[in-house]
Unconditional design. Structure first.
Length: 149
């Protein structure tokens, strides 16, 4: 089966601090320069989550230099939504905003419901389990959607 792989993808979630940076970093690792990838959040009130950095490092995805940004900031910096082939929303709020902001563009918006691991688990190890589940869910969804790297 042929895979319709986009040439550019924007991942978005609530704060660009957990799910969308994971998806961005994993996609870059798997597909390199074959797919242009960015990520943004509905809002930008947080910095990247330390657990995200830790669980992504386990699969050789480096995110310690990631700086969270909102969709509004992305636009202010000159990244126009119309330049992406695909917008992937990883949270309900991101889906609503993506559909609203792209209604006049010819691009696809997909919703990938993805576990938000923040606040789950009591101990550090329990928390890491939930973050790994989210990471692995994202890896599986990316590979399923874009095909083998």
């Amino acid at each position: 089966m042929a895979v319709n792989r986009p040439s550019s993808v924007l991942y978005c979630c609530d704060y660009n601090a957990v799910r969308s940076p994971m998806a961005e970093g994993i996609t870059k690792k798997l597909y390199g320069s074959e797919i242009y990838v960015q990520s943004a959040g509905v809002r930008q009130e947080l910095e990247i989550d330390g657990f995200v950095i830790a669980v992504c490092r386990e699969i050789d995805v480096e995110l310690s230099r990631h700086r969270a940004r909102s969709l509004e900031e992305m636009s202010d910096w000159g990244d126009d939504l119309s330049s992406f082939d695909l917008v992937v929303a990883l949270s309900p709020a991101a889906q609503r905003m993506a559909l609203d902001q792209t209604r006049y563009y010819s691009l696809d918006v997909e919703y990938w419901p993805t576990l938000d691991p923040t606040g789950m688990g009591r101990t550090r190890e329990e928390q890491l389990v939930f973050y790994r589940q989210t990471r692995d869910q994202i890896v599986a969804r990316i590979e399923n959607r874009f095909g083998a790297p």
